[in-house]
Write a protein that binds this ligand. Structure first.
Ligand code: M6P
Ligand code: ZN
Length: 185
């Protein structure tokens, strides 16, 4: 049981008030997911910075409910590979998801079997992720990428599949560092 509720979402910053639960992912959480593990080890020897944070509204994890998150993905690279979220498939293959870009510039990588998509995400981009499509976000800008996501509370996150199969596409900075190239494997 949960009562109807309202919170304040700052559409410029992405912050929520009152501040809900916050989950932090660090560089070490990207182990096994990056293009170059040696470069990752070299970076980790210097420290383990936060790569992204997820604000999660307190909603019961049960069928019929919707989870609402705001994700803050920092700017940076491991070598030439731009920072990204771990990415996942939904355990419940019938669960879709909606993303809304609030700040910054990124790309959403999508994969369903051999089909891959790369979707640009800016402030105001609304993206529909149909059931069955794995998804990972990449920050290709110099500022924090912020986006809202809404998905069924019983979706579940399958990270192992991404570790084993990848997301189909990697995103690197161009040699001059001003743009990005998406490389499909
Ligand atoms: C969004 C949603 C969440 C997800 C988060 C971080 O907020 O898609 O479900 O947990 O991004 O992504 P990941 O779980 O892949 O690390
Ligand atoms: Zn999801």
């Amino acid at each position: 049981m949960i009562d109807p509720f309202a919170v304040r979402l700052d559409l410029e910053q992405g912050t929520l008030a009152p501040l809900p639960e916050r989950v932090v992912r660090r560089l070490s959480d990207l182990r096994g997911l990056v293009a170059n593990e040696q470069l990752l080890d070299r970076e980790l020897a210097k420290g383990d910075p936060i790569i992204y944070e997820v604000l999660k509204l307190a909603i019961p994890q049960e069928q019929g409910q919707l989870f609402i998150n705001v994700t803050f993905l920092r700017a940076g690279r491991i070598g030439r590979e731009y920072y990204f979220t771990k990415g996942h498939f939904h355990v419940n293959e019938k669960a879709a998801e909606v993303y809304l870009g609030l700040r910054g510039h990124g790309v959403l990588l999508l994969r369903k079997e051999a089909n891959t998509r790369v979707v640009e995400m800016d402030r105001g981009t609304l993206i529909y992720i149909p059931p069955g499509w794995g998804h990972r976000t990449v920050n290709v800008s110099q500022e924090t990428l912020v986006f809202l996501s809404i998905y069924p509370a019983d979706a579940g996150h399958d990270y192992e599949r991404v570790r084993l199969e990848g997301m189909g596409t990697r995103v690197f900075a161009t040699v001059d560092g001003t743009g990005y190239e998406a490389v499909t494997s």
